[in-house]
Design a protein around this ligand. Structure first.
Ligand code: G4P
Length: 564
């Protein structure tokens, strides 16, 4: 449809010249309207082992994007290693890299922003959520809310993105479904609206009742693999067929009545403001409940949304292209030693070979080799629309949060950093390797793999690494050795809290000496205070109530950071 509209526009231009230029523009806008309407972009948030990989695989099967289950995460030796540091993932059996998966289903184009599942490696996940319009919160029915899910939920809440809940592993003994919902409502303050309701659980799980159609979708324990046919019956048919025991059906109907009695309605506005979560029960492994979930998701999820920028909200239908960098990754392909900047398209149509303006530097750049990434595979893209993600080869000019645009100036609000909780000196024991050490540290900082702080004494040149999780530090060390050939040593520091001083050095000088903390500087030469614990932080705040502190680094634009 896009192509038809666009070529219609082009032929009108050829025949009538100027008069049809506006018709062509209209046709282009028509293509944009249509492309935005069919796009849904989302990320899955969950605690490790809840079944994110399994669900992703099943979703992709429906999209016809992969031919067999197991293609997303082949375990052990089956996994194809396409970048040096995937070796680390392989060794540790974890998933560190975020990937973007695009697939078509039922006339829609879905962009799934995959996020690292390991609980220690969350900074990257946070940034990926900045590019997502919807989130799917995946829970293990036996475990309910788990720590990583709570943390990620808070990030979604900050951005008020719609949250869809999928309660997984219903084929196994789990907690009472009403209790699971109550936990979400009480602990996250998120109202729930079950779209379907389970009949039995564990060994006696028989399926779900769709709340809107009142139909029973039967669970077939043998059902596995690709797009298995679902048996859909009316409640009465289910009872008569004997496929569902009376006691289980009665209990499910009773609970449904209870939910109806509670009175809430499926209010789309509340879903889109992130205040009401549609809830689904299923079992990813047995492919039960995945298709109904996907269908309802297409119906209820938010289309690509407007994004806040310094100039006001930027609508996806703004005719000119704009987007922002939310992730950088180096050496995805060790043969090319390349760096890729992932850009979320926010408005307009992106085209290959386009000249765009880089907001931070003011420079114009031609994007000649944009890539679409499917997991670790890539192909050159011809065009992309709001909600899509493109990969750009990054010759070192892109930083996280950078805006690219065509037309009137746009500069999107930056992506917030997350307050680091782990700090360590990074030592380079081999002075002759200093050049590589410096290059590695600078590039990994630019990529956002880790935050880098420095001592206030310029003679102490070693950088301080600041991270959200321990694994982040290990990844940095590993990559320095494997990609830059430098062996390093980490010396942990006994701090767990960082605060940026509002007003910079003058504000800090004004209060005089500060105690129970160490002053360091960040790569924009701003003072950062490191504390051992919250207690020390509170003490400082009591001593100097006028000193304004922030847990995260304010976003900087228009200046180059200090390199090592
Ligand atoms: P993650 O990406 O969130 O970490 O989870 P992943 O999909 O790897 O799933 C974690 C484990 O849970 C896997 O078992 C997976 O098969 C299982 N699982 C996922 N969904 C369901 C479900 O609906 N029902 C049941 N019963 N299990 C489920 P594993 O033994 O660790 O790996 P594997 O050998 O099965 O691959």
């Amino acid at each position: 449809m896009n192509d038809t509209l666009q070529s219609a526009g082009a032929s009108q231009l050829r025949s009538d010249g100027v008069a049809d230029a506006s018709a062509a523009a209209e046709a282009g806008l028509g293509a944009l309207v249509e492309a935005v309407a069919r796009r849904r972009n989302f990320a899955i948030i969950s605690h490790p082992d809840a079944g994110k990989t399994t669900l992703t695989e099943k979703l992709l099967l429906y999209g016809g994007a992969i031919q067999q289950a197991g293609a997303v995460k082949a375990k052990g030796d089956q996994r194809r290693v396409t970048s040096d540091w995937m070796e680390l993932e392989k060794q540790r059996g974890i998933s560190i890299t975020s990937t973007v998966l695009q697939f078509d289903y039922a006339g829609c184009t879905l962009n799934l922003l995959d996020t690292p599942g390991h609980q220690d490696f969350s900074e990257d996940t946070y940034r990926t959520l900045a590019a997502a319009d919807n989130a799917v919160m995946l829970e293990d029915a036996a475990k309910g809310l788990e720590p990583q899910t709570r943390k990620l939920f808070e990030v979604c809440r900050m951005r008020r993105i719609p949250i869809f809940t999928f309660i997984n592993k219903m084929d196994r003994p789990g907690r009472d479904p009403l209790e699971l919902l109550d936990e979400i409502e009480q602990e996250l303050g998120l109202a729930c609206w079950p779209v379907n309701w389970p009949i039995g659980s564990g060994d006696r799980f028989r399926g779900v009742i769709d709340r809107r159609s009142h139909q029973v979708i039967l669970f077939d324990r043998a059902e596995r693999g690709r797009q298995a046919a679902e048996k859909v019956l009316s409640v009465e048919e289910a009872r008569r067929s004997g496929a569902v025991e009376d006691d289980l059906l009665d209990q499910a109907l009773e609970e449904l009545e209870l939910l109806e009695g509670a009175g809430a309605e499926l209010d789309l506005e509340l879903v889109h403001s992130g205040d009401l979560s549609p809830v689904f029960f299923g079992s990813a492994m047995t492919n039960f409940g995945v298709r109904p979930f996907l269908d309802a998701f297409l119906d209820l999820a938010q289309q690509p949304t407007a994004r806040p920028a310094a100039e006001g909200l930027v609508e996806p239908l703004r005719p000119e292209f704009s987007g922002f960098v939310f992730k950088l990754q180096a050496n995805m392909d060790p043969r090319h030693r390349d760096r890729v900047a992932f850009v979320r398209v926010c408005s307009g149509r992106f085209e290959k070979d386009m000249n765009v303006r880089h907001a931070r530097s003011g420079r114009t750049i031609r994007l000649s080799r944009p890539q679409k990434l499917f997991g670790q595979d890539r192909e050159v893209v011809e065009d992309a629309y709001p909600g899509d993600v493109i990969g750009l080869n990054n010759p070192g000019m892109f930083a996280i949060g950078d805006t690219l645009y065509v037309g009137p100036k746009v500069e999107f609000e930056g992506i917030p950093c997350f307050s680091p909780e782990i700090f360590a000196w990074l030592r380079n024991p081999n002075p002759s390797a200093f050049k590589s050490f410096r290059k590695g540290v600078n590039e990994l900082r630019e990529e956002g793999a880790v935050q880098v702080l420095y001592d206030t004494d310029p003679s102490k040149r070693d950088p301080i690494l600041a991270a959200v999780g321990q694994l982040q530090l290990e990844v940095v060390q590993y990559r320095l050795e494997n990609e830059y050939g430098v062996k390093t040593r980490l010396e942990p520091m006994e701090f767990s809290v960082a605060r940026w001083v509002i007003g910079g050095w003058p504000a800090l000088e004004k209060v005089g000496r500060v105690f129970n903390c160490r002053t360091v500087r960040d790569c924009w030469d701003r003072p950062v205070l490191l504390f051992r614990n919250d207690w020390n932080l509170n003490q400082l705040q009591e001593d100097h109530p006028d000193l304004e502190l922030r847990a995260v680094a304010p976003v900087v634009s228009g200046v180059e950071p200090i390199a090592l």
